[in-house]
Write a protein that binds this ligand. Structure first.
Ligand SMILES: Nc1ncnc2c1ncn2[C@@H]1O[C@H](COP(=O)(O)OP(=O)(O)OP(=O)(O)O)[C@@H](O)[C@H]1O
Length: 268
């Protein structure tokens, strides 16, 4: 299978704690009376790209959002089970959710720059953390924009509104905003579905470069994209993980009929 990046296969069921960025055990989630996630058990490997695929409404984004507790923002959400991020139980009462969201950054389908200039967008989180020494801030903004492969395109216009950027540039700006906080994990929820094919390729190549420094989990409807960029893929159906393995195996030799039907387009 044509891969965008080199990778070594590991059996995800055999990952050690040392190799694991996120460990999910017995996770159930309800919105009101509706149960959306059912007994999820999986380990997300460190410094790899893991994709979640499955039909619309199967719970991909909900599962992703558990990793930095974004679901807390949806009023009637009840979670049971355990999620360890680098060994820390993120649903413990003592968890500092702001710190968690800085170390587990999230990027959504629609680029959402703040209504401010490019520089302020990238430095926003750092300012909230109280780091205000101007030189340090300048260096951090430059580094984050370089890491997001955007620096060369914006270095002459850092103080212009973010809204003047193209959709693909805005998405990289939002990635830079997350990277400025030096996250150990980056959650990408359909990050390219609003972008053209060339810009999509730029973001996919960026993911390959970023996985050296952080673990990436991506939700995508695009199976070619999952096969191209991800090292591991989990197929979800109605809130359950049906199959989870290295992406080559899942896309070429699925073990479950449901997975095969989905990836061959027989449903969904
Ligand atoms: N805040 C919420 N309140 C109530 N129900 C919700 C909420 N968020 C999601 N749901 C429901 O949870 C289920 C799973 O939604 P989710 O967005 O996780 O699916 P998905 O697989 O990511 O779908 P898509 O591919 O369409 O984005 C859906 O039935 C959805 O309606």
């Amino acid at each position: 299978m044509l891969k965008l990046f080199d990778y070594e296969k590991t059996d995800v069921s055999q990952l050690t704690d040392e190799q694991t960025a996120i460990k999910v055990s017995g996770l159930n989630l309800k919105f009101g009376k509706k149960q959306v996630l059912h007994n999820i058990n999986l380990r997300i490997p460190k410094n790899q790209i893991t994709a979640f695929i499955g039909q619309s409404g199967c719970g991909k984004s909900t599962l992703l959002s558990c990793f930095n507790r974004m679901n807390d923002l949806a009023g009637d959400c009840k979670v049971s089970g355990k999620i360890l991020v680098h060994g820390r139980n993120v649903y413990s009462k003592r968890e500092n959710v702001s710190k968690l969201r800085a170390s587990v950054g999230m990027v959504f389908q629609k680029p959402n720059p703040f209504p401010m200039n490019i520089y302020d967008n990238v430095s926003y989180g750092l300012k909230l953390q109280g780091r205000v020494v101007r030189r340090e801030m300048d260096d951090a903004v430059e580094q984050a924009l370089k890491d997001a492969a955007l620096w060369d395109e914006v270095k002459e216009r850092l103080f212009e509104p973010a809204s003047i950027l193209s959709g693909g540039q805005q998405q990289r700006l939002v990635i830079a905003r997350a990277l400025a906080l030096k996250p150990s994990i980056l959650l990408l929820d359909e990050p390219t579905s609003a972008l053209d094919p060339l810009t999509t390729l730029i973001i996919e190549e960026l993911m390959g470069a970023l996985k050296k420094r952080c673990t990436i989990v991506i939700v995508t409807h695009n199976m070619q994209q999952a096969a191209r960029v991800s090292d591991y893929t989990a197929f979800l159906h109605q809130g359950e993980v049906v199959e989870y393995s290295d992406s080559d195996s899942l896309f070429t030799l699925p073990q479950k009929k449901q997975t095969e039907d989905y990836i061959t387009g027989r449903y969904g």
